[in-house]
Each structure stands twice: as structure tokens, then as C-alpha cells.
Design a protein around this ligand. Structure first.
Ligand code: FAD
Length: 371
């Protein structure tokens, strides 16, 4: 007979739920993690692995990211599992004067928040990243940017959580939340009810559906991103790479010309070379409900954009593609903390395109809250 009473029940085995389980178990709490499918079955298994500081908005967003980056440095040893962490630095590609003005103002605000980002003319940028097209304006460079393998990260968190005593239950869907006199005190599953002091809802895009029966309306919705995967290549891309229009597609899509297909699909370049040598080339930003299909229009637009900025990729073979659903929130910030007016319920969701970067700080802050 399984144990059915814990201090904390975490719903969701993505990077956020596993990070919460890890930090809470490490702090000595009894934890059960409930995942309807398998670890990293959701968005955390269908994304890039950027731990990028310079794309974050100065303010709470950047502060969370910088706190997370500091935790990453310890995690590599703490998790005792190869998460393919590579502190390789990042660049944001600048195409023209308009984007340069946008980036100069962004970089100045980041400097005021303590993040060092350099602006490089194209010759210097190409010296550091050979694949860049010669007719671009230049690029920013930030040494604090890094990369990780998101699936291995979720596996690393969950294995380390188990070593600290957490009970991991893949293949266990939560079908409802149990409340007693207004306080959440457990969850229902096909394998029986589980009782706990706190429930942490870390189910990414599925979180609103879980908490809605309690009258909580979370503004999280799926925002699709499509990615191309190349054959394994010799070292080709040295940094994690974004383009300046990625920032506009992410934070200010209303500023884009809605007629251009590229803009309609919210295309912003994101390229990384993974540990096995393959490149991940992304991505779109589309509201398509819960549809995780790739589309020809989306993949073509991503490929055309990558080819323009990185012409060296024109002859590379694409071997597959996939799409993932970012947990979007209207203000671009995750929802982390106790649910207002529902004691016992904690939310850790809505990380949009930043959940990999922000998973350590989210897990750590939730665990601190529940001490
Ligand atoms: C194309 C793309 C590129 C991205 N690139 C980056 C990047 O470079 N850097 C970055 O920081 N972020 C990136 N992201 C964002 C990042 O992937 C997400 O923010 C993060 O994975 C969200 O993690 P999560 O744990 O909240 O959600 P998920 O990984 O979706 O985990 C939620 C889990 O809950 C489970 N679940 C749902 N309902 C139930 C239930 N009823 N009972 C039990 N389990 C349930 C699901 O099966 C799932 O495994 C990207 C996303 C996309 C789509």
C-alpha cells in the first residue's frame, strides 16, 4: 500500500515541478510528485535550453533570472547528473539601425540592473561567431548566458529529489483538488486520494484547468513554438543565439507589421548547438490552442529567417521538427506563490519561454515558502 500522506504534493513533472520537488525534499519536507505521463512529457521536453539573461526585461524578470543563474552553478555538482550545462555566452543578432536603437536602450537598462552586456559591431561579432552574415549591423554579447539540456535537467532534478526522499509517481494524473472548509488539503487520483499540507500546482499550460473548479482563473494560455533540428555537425555555433526581433515577437508583438508572414507567426531566431552536435533552430510564437502540430508555413518561416542571418546553415540537413507550447502570461511574468484566498494551494506556472532558465529559482523560492 502506497503512503498517501505528505507535507507537499507537487502536480507536474516538468522542469518546474521537479525543481520544486528537489528543493523541498532537500529542505527535509516529505514530497510526492504526481505526473500524468512521464518526466518532461510536456513543454519541458519540447523546447530549447537557453539560460539566457540578456533577453529578460530589467526588473523582477531579470532579477529572477540572475538569481537562477547563480543557483545553476551549484546545481551542476549538486544534481550529480550530466545536465549538459554549457556556460558558453550568448549573442542577440542586430540587423539594422532600428533594432540597434532598441538594443542600446535595452542594454542600458540591463546595465543599471547589474548585467554586463556588450554591443559589438558586425566585424567583431563575426570574429566571435563565424556563421553570422556579413551584412548585419552587429550583435550584443553577454558572458552570463548559458545552455542546458532541458530533459536531462528535469531528470536530474527528479533523481536528486528521490535521493532526498521524494516519492515520484509518473503515470499518475491528478483528477481533482480536495478542499476542506476552504483549505486545499489533497488531490484525487485513480490510485486513491493523497493528503498533504500544501499542493503545488506546477502543471504548466494545464494549471488553469486544475485550479478552475476552485474559482481561480489563471491567465495562462499555450503559445506554440516550432523548432527545426539538424543532423549532428562539427562545432558550428559557439554561443546561444537570438535575434533582436525575437524580443519584439516575445514582448511587443503588437509593434510588428501584421501583414508579413514572418511577423504573423511571431518568428524570432533562437539557435543553439546541443551536446550531440545537432542544431536546434527556432522558433515561432503562435496562439494555436493546445495544438502541438508543426506547420509548413511555420517551419518555412523559421528556416528562411535562419538562412538570412546565418547563411552558413543553408546547406545543413534538417532531420526533424517539433513544436512545444509555452505557458504564456499577459505580463510576461510567471505566477509563483500562494493562491490568493485559497490556503494550502501554491502556484508555480506560467513561465512562457523562460521556464528552463527560471526553474532553479522557482523551485528554491517555493521550497523556502513552505519551510
Ligand atoms: C519552442 C520553445 C522553446 C523554448 N525555449 C526555452 C529556452 O530556451 N529557455 C527557457 O528558459 N525556456 C524555454 N521555453 C519555455 C520552457 O520550455 C517552459 O517554460 C517550461 O518547460 C515549462 O515547464 P513546466 O514544468 O511549467 O511545464 P511542463 O514541462 O509542461 O510540465 C507540466 C507537466 O504537468 C503534467 N500534468 C499536466 N496535467 C497534469 C495532471 N492533471 N496530473 C499530473 N500531471 C499533469 C504534464 O504532463 C507535464 O509533464 C521554450 C518553450 C518552447 C515551447
Amino acid at each position: 500500500m502506497n503512503k498517501q500522506t505528505f507535507d507537499i504534493a507537487v502536480i507536474g513533472g516538468g522542469v518546474i515541478g521537479t525543481a520544486v520537488a528537489y528543493y523541498a525534499a532537500k529542505a527535509g519536507r516529505s514530497v510526492v510528485l504526481l505526473e500524468k505521463d512521464h518526466i518532461a512529457a510536456g513543454t519541458s521536453g519540447a523546447c530549447d535550453g537557453f539560460i539566457i539573461m540578456q533577453s529578460k526585461n530589467p526588473g523582477p524578470h531579470l532579477e529572477l533570472a540572475m538569481e537562477s543563474a547563480a543557483l545553476y552553478r551549484d546545481l551542476v555538482a549538486e544534481l550529480d547528473y550530466d545536465i549538459e550545462y554549457q556556460p558558453k555566452g550568448g549573442m542577440i543578432i542586430i540587423e539594422n539601425d532600428t533594432q540597434a536603437a532598441l538594443m542600446q536602450s535595452h542594454v542600458a537598462k540591463q546595465a543599471a540592473s547589474g548585467l554586463k552586456v556588450d554591443i559589438l559591431p558586425i566585424d567583431e561579432a563575426r570574429r566571435r561567431e563565424l556563421a553570422l552574415a556579413p551584412d548585419l549591423w552587429g550583435a550584443t554579447y553577454c558572458a552570463a548566458d548559458a545552455q542546458v539540456n532541458p530533459v536531462r535537467l528535469a531528470q536530474g532534478f527528479s533523481r536528486a529529489a528521490r535521493r532526498h526522499g521524494a516519492d515520484l509517481r509518473p503515470g499518475t494524473a491528478v483528477t481533482g483538488l480536495i478542499a476542506d472548509r476552504g483549505r486545499v488539503c489533497g488531490v484525487t487520483t485513480a490510485a486513491g486520494d493523497i493528503y498533504c499540507q500544501y499542493v503545488v500546482a506546477a502543471a504548466g499550460i494545464w494549471t488553469p484547468g486544475l485550479v478552475r473548479p476552485l474559482g481561480l482563473d489563471l491567465p495562462i494560455k499555450p503559445r506554440r513554438g516550432q523548432i527545426l533540428v539538424t543532423e549532428p555537425l562539427p562545432p558550428t555555433i559557439r554561443h546561444v543565439l537570438l535575434c533582436a526581433c525575437y524580443l519584439v515577437a516575445k514582448y511587443r508583438p503588437q509593434d510588428l507589421d501584421p501583414i508579413e508572414r514572418h511577423n504573423r507567426l511571431g518568428v524570432g531566431l533562437a539557435v543553439e548547438q546541443t551536446a550531440d552536435g545537432g542544431l536546434l533552430i527556432g522558433s515561432t510564437r503562435e496562439f494555436a490552442g493546445f495544438d502541438r502540430a508543426t506547420t509548413l508555413a511555420g517551419l518555412e518561416a523559421v528556416a528562411a529567417h535562419a538562412r538570412r542571418l546565418l547563411p552558413a546553415l543553408a546547406s545543413v540537413n534538417i532531420i526533424r521538427s517539433f513544436a512545444g507550447l509555452r505557458p504564456y502570461t499577459p505580463d510576461g511574468l510567471p505566477v509563483i506563490g500562494p493562491a490568493a484566498d485559497i490556503p494550502g494551494l501554491i502556484i508555480a506556472a506560467g513561465h512562457e519561454g523562460d521556464g528552463i532558465a527560471l526553474s532553479p529559482v522557482t523551485g528554491r523560492r517555493i521550497a523556502d515558502l513552505l519551510k
